[in-house]
Design a binder for this molecule. Structure first.
Ligand SMILES: [Zn+2]
Ligand SMILES: [Zn+2]
Length: 141
């Protein structure tokens, strides 16, 4: 009886740890324009077991993402990385970014790798789309 209790405790601690380790970063974004005020959560990078590419789909009018198994992750079912539709040089960043097929509409979205790459509101196109300091930062499995 005692032994199984201890195992349960250890399992609980492990579960809590793995949530922290496996988590990706979700940021609450908000448009500073008073008339727009568009808000959304954007998750970057995926977790320890999977990688994720996220971007705004202008056809779906929302952030879309594709996931695949991180290389070397102990996954039961390995999802291979989706081949990008194209690799393009982003003039605003001076870096190459992938265009992935949108799982929602079959169109394309350009990956956004970190919060600082989002500068303009996807809803109203005005500058001032920023991480909302009041929004909780989310850990996503
Ligand atoms: Zn789409
Ligand atoms: Zn806006």
């Amino acid at each position: 009886m005692l032994r199984s209790k201890r195992v349960a405790l250890v399992m609980g601690v492990l579960a809590a740890l793995s949530v922290a380790v496996l988590a990706g970063d979700g940021f609450g974004f908000k448009c500073e324009d008073k008339d727009c005020g568009f808000k959304t959560t954007v998750v970057f990078g995926g977790g320890m077991l999977f990688e994720q590419a996220t971007g705004w789909c202008h056809r779906c009018k929302k952030f879309q993402s594709v996931n695949w198994t991180r290389k070397g992750a102990p996954a039961a079912k390995v999802v291979p990385p989706p081949p990008p539709l194209a690799e393009v040089w982003n003039p605003g960043l001076g870096e190459v970014r992938n265009i992935y097929k949108c799982p929602g509409c079959g169109g394309g979205f350009m990956e956004v790798r970190k919060p600082g790459e989002l500068t303009h509101c996807p809803a109203c196109a005005k500058p001032g789309f920023k991480v909302d300091p009041d929004a909780p930062r989310l850990a996503v499995d």
